[in-house]
Design a protein around this ligand. Sequence first.
Ligand code: NI
Length: 224
Amino acid sequence: MGESGIVVTVQAKKKYVPIMLYWTNPDAKQAADARRASIGVQNGREREKMEELRYPIGKFEHEGEISAAQRRLWIQEIAALPGQLSEAARGLDGERLDTPYREGGWTVRQVVHHVGDSHMNCLMRFKLALTEEQPAIKPYEEQLWAELADSRALPVEPSLALVSALHVRWTALLESMTDEQFSRAFYHPGSGQVVRLDRCLGMYVWHGKHHTAHIDRLRDRMGW
Ligand code: NI
């Protein structure tokens, strides 16, 4: 009896020691988190943290009608974006540009080139919708574009210059647009949605801020 009692105690210890270690030893907790992350398991808090890194300003939301006053504010933000993006990337060198804004995410370099890719496509969508009757636009594989040589290797300056020039033209176009023109739309074959230009304007204001915030938040976290 005495002997088996000892065996039971040892088994109990064996059984509970790892659990105690998990809660009391921060290294063990970190290792367990890393193991879970490596096999794609996330708890609620980790998921929340990941969402925060991914969507630092939340997702685009706008319910209902878009007023002329709202459009005017958005147009000002389209005009301001190139300056904000340049400011976010200011002074970052090669190694910092190649730092992902989150684990598994794009590098700062890719983020800046992506804004160029994306807003270039968007200006074309505006022009298509303004000159054709609800045209189908051409979706593109943004993930794969971000892996191409220019996005991977070029300094960010060419894309900052591109975004600057692009937004000058885009702003001029937006400022000229009538209510009727803002109600024009294109068809997006990827999502199957018909997108009005006034809503598209809001989405791209969000988009520019969203990616600028990726860089700003990374700099904050890194103390750059
Ligand atoms: Ni994007």
